[in-house]
Design a protein around this ligand. Structure first.
Ligand code: SF4
Ligand code: SF4
Length: 386
């Protein structure tokens, strides 16, 4: 089969963040230092080589970029300062664009102006729609119940509609990822039983991100802060998503607090506020860990929008509980003007790694099992032939 080479691949990847790939002279130090690299999934050296050779098709079918957690140890060790950790990050951005069938992700990654304009447009449409809806059916001085500006029953329906759009895009993209990596990308036969056998790999990695914690083994600190903050941030917004999709009526009810629901919301908000401040501060100072030294425009959009969501959400809650209903309603619209574009950009942004990374862990476990089985069969065959 002919091998397709894209001579402009390195230049293309430049737009996704990787700038120093050409400096690599293939010494392999990065793969040696990486705690996640093994005989079957060997990286980041191999990815650097494939990039240098323009083997675009090879990279789009590999899981390796998803098995990297960007601890940055390979970049610290690289004698040529080729920054392989950042290259793996850029490859993940490129793969997100590759899985996305609409082409929106590619536009966002390659042009910050396009992304900002799209976000502002979605925010304005959302704000206008909610304001007109509120004015038409309710009073701005009523927060919940009869005659409310934005009744929680309507917001519940609104959230479910946005959530459904999000789910459709993500499922289609996840299918495309499966097709590229498990259908086109493997040469061994994969039995359906293996999909069942390793099914728990997905929730395990989704909820613990335990591979990120393993990066610590070569670090000096007792707690690997990027893992803790990344996990805290992820659990924070997943908790909020579940609360908003399922318990919005309890959340919006007031002024009394429904502790069984609000307690989770307070804990999630605290995790989100600490996490976003930590990420913004680290990215501004560029000193904490190597992964904060370079920030793509999309990283900033993600964390700034999330910060605004948390601030407006807390503001709206306080204003509601203290009886400033007009201000609470306006702040709620501002809050949703941040939430809707933040959610809708998910399938087209780095945030999609929330789904793709645990999926990759799942697929990788299946591939390893299938490969080992095939190796055993070949050995048995050789013994028989002897
Ligand atoms: S990226 Fe750096 S450490 Fe890795 S193979 Fe290339 S030169 Fe060596
Ligand atoms: S950033 Fe860390 S996990 Fe990723 S390839 Fe480098 S050493 Fe491995």
């Amino acid at each position: 089969m002919a091998i397709r080479i894209n001579l402009g691949y390195i230049d293309e990847l430049n737009k996704y963040g990787a700038e120093d790939v050409q400096l690599c002279y293939q010494c392999g130090d990065c793969s040696t230092v990486c705690v996640h690299s093994d005989d079957i999934f060997n990286f980041p050296r191999k990815s650097m080589r494939r990039l240098q050779m323009g083997l675009e098709r090879k990279i789009e079918t590999t899981l390796e970029p998803w098995l990297c957690y960007y601890c940055g140890q390979c970049s610290d060790q690289c004698p040529r300062e080729a920054d392989p950790g950042e290259t793996m990050m850029s490859l993940r951005r490129w793969l997100i664009a590759r899985y996305d069938f609409t082409g929106i992700a590619s536009r966002f990654f390659r042009s910050s102006a396009t992304e900002v304009i799209a976000i502002l447009a979605v925010a304005l449409i959302t704000g206008l729609f909610l304001f007109i809806y509120g004015k038409a059916g309710g009073s701005i001085s009523i927060y919940d119940g009869e005659g409310a500006f934005l009744p929680s029953s309507f917001i519940h329906f609104f959230d479910l509609a946005i959530g459904s759009v999000l789910a459709v895009f993500l499922l289609i993209n996840a299918y495309r990822m499966w097709h590229l990596t498990m259908n086109k990308g493997v040469s061994v036969r994969i039995s359906p039983w293996l999909y069942l056998k390793h099914i728990f790999t997905f929730p395990l990695h989704f909820f613990t991100q335990k591979r990120y914690a393993q990066c610590e083994s070569k670090n000096r600190n007792f707690i690997f802060m990027p893992w803790i903050t990344h996990l805290g941030l992820m659990l924070g917004y997943v908790t909020m998503l579940v609360l908003v999709m399922v318990f919005i009526e309890e959340l919006q009810h007031g002024p009394e607090i429904i502790w069984q629901v609000h307690l989770f919301a307070y804990a999630a908000s605290l995790g989100l506020i600490i996490g976003t401040i930590y990420f913004i501060r680290s990215r501004l100072r560029k000193t904490a860990y190597v992964q904060f030294k370079k920030s793509h425009s999309t990283d900033w959009v993600f964390v700034i929008l999330l910060f605004l969501i948390v601030i407006t959400g807390i503001g709206q809650h306080i204003l509601h509980r203290t009886g400033y209903y007009e201000a609470a309603n306006i702040t709620y619209i501002l809050h949703l003007m941040c939430v809707v574009p933040w959610l809708l950009r998910m399938p087209f942004s780095k945030w999609a790694h929330l789904l793709y990374r645990p999926l990759a862990m799942y697929f990788a476990a299946i591939q390893k099992d299938a490969l080992k089985k095939q190796l055993r069969l070949s050995e048995d065959h050789m013994i028989t032939v002897k």
